[in-house]
Design a protein around this ligand. Structure first.
Ligand code: ATP
Ligand code: MG
Length: 355
């Protein structure tokens, strides 16, 4: 037996068989802006950790981005490129991952059309994340029919490749539950388990606070530190951060709990920073350190975390042909998968012609 084969089976065949056996993950982003620190702790970190153990699909949900950018749609394409670069920059290898743009896979919309027939209007409107986003994004009564429908599209994103795990931030939990219900309903209707019931995997920090103290750092709220920010931008944003509003002087005892500066230190400090962070917390509580000193320390911690990410981003940004190729490969693979899923669904629903 040579080292390149096992009982006559070539090594590449064994490897591709094992790849086919891996469970699938579908996760992704809305191209409404560049990715930020909240995305790292909410979902990117889990993507990185799971990329080799699972068959991982990363979607850029461009149609969904029109929820907030419908009057400026050209920006969606620019952001889709930025979001791809952000994912590559954090170390999500294009060799391990299938990256694709939602609208490159029109089969998803056909699947969503089927799904929408199995969701009641009341259910769609009851979705707590939809309600929160209407308020947070100040949509008032101007939100589109597509906005209410986007959890249905998201279910189609996930189920078109039969993904069983979805690494997301806390705000997405309701949508994943919604996708589970759709899978359950359709499986029951057709009488076998065509779709897995996807599980959410919430990140280490399910919802990272914004630099302004808003409970969610969000591209749409302008309270972000982007993964692509320069050292100067990070330092400037950190120096302007919201801290403990009750603390006027450096000698006033301060509150650490719920203070965004300490939340970020806990989230992005490494083991090597741990003692230093605890020391700052103690001094802050006792009124023995000023905000400026703690913020300078935070800026250094964040810049250390972001430095390799910036470098990788630059390398990929210089290769537009590679970016195009990654997306073309991804679209081709997902189109084939989604077409197969649709065929199975039609067959299950007995919608296929008899002949
Ligand atoms: P938008 O405001 O346009 O919806 P967003 O900042 O919420 O943008 P998305 O692209 O919708 O970003 O989210 C991508 C993923 O990142 C989702 O899984 C979401 O839950 C997660 N995420 C986004 N913001 C945060 C945050 N502040 N903390 C933790 N996870 C987050
Ligand atoms: Mg969002």
């Amino acid at each position: 037996m040579s080292s390149a084969s096992f009982d006559g089976i070539p090594a590449f065949a064994i490897v591709s068989f094992m790849a086919a056996e891996k469970e699938r993950i579908l996760t992704g982003d809305t191209p409404t802006g560049k990715l930020h620190l909240g995305h790292w702790v909410g979902t990117l970190e889990n993507r990185v950790a799971l990329q080799h153990e699972y068959d991982l699909f990363v979607i850029s949900a461009d149609l969904h981005a029109l929820t907030t950018l419908k009057d400026d749609p050209a920006r969606v394409r620019d952001y889709a490129r930025e979001v791809l670069l952000d994912n590559l920059a954090v170390g999500l290898s294009p060799d391990a991952i299938t990256y694709f743009i939602e609208s490159d896979v029109p089969e998803i919309y056909e699947l969503a059309a089927f799904f929408s027939m199995y969701v009641t209007h009341a259910e769609a409107l009851r979705n707590p994340t939809i309600k929160d986003e209407i308020v947070a994004k100040k949509l008032g009564t101007r939100y589109s029919l597509g906005f209410i429908n986007y959890p249905v599209y998201q279910a189609a994103d996930i189920l078109c490749v039969k993904a069983s795990l979805v690494p997301v931030g806390k705000d997405q939990e309701a949508h994943i539950e919604f996708a589970r219900e759709i899978a359950r309903t359709l499986n029951a209707r057709i009488g076998y388990e065509l779709f897995p019931e996807p599980q959410a995997r919430i990140g280490r920090v399910g919802k990272l606070v914004g630099t302004d103290g808003n409970p969610k750092m969000s591209k749409s709220l302008g309270n972000t530190i982007f993964l692509s920010d320069t050292e100067e931008e990070v330092t400037r944003k950190v120096m302007g951060m919201y801290t403990d509003p009750a603390r006027i002087h450096a000698t006033d005892p301060g509150t650490v709990e719920g203070n965004p500066v300490f939340i970020y230190l806990d989230a992005f400090g490494t083991d090597a920073h741990r003692n230093h962070i605890e020391e700052y917390k103690a001094r802050y509580r006792e009124g023995k350190v000023g905000d400026v000193e703690v913020k300078r320390f935070l800026a250094a911690v964040l810049n250390e975390f972001l430095s390799p990410i910036r470098a990788r981003r630059e390398t990929y940004a210089a290769q537009p042909d590679l970016l195009r190729d990654i997306l073309a490969r991804g679209a081709a693979r997902v189109r084939a998968e989604a077409a197969e899923t649709l065929k199975e669904l039609r067959r299950g629903l007995k919608l296929t012609p008899i002949a």
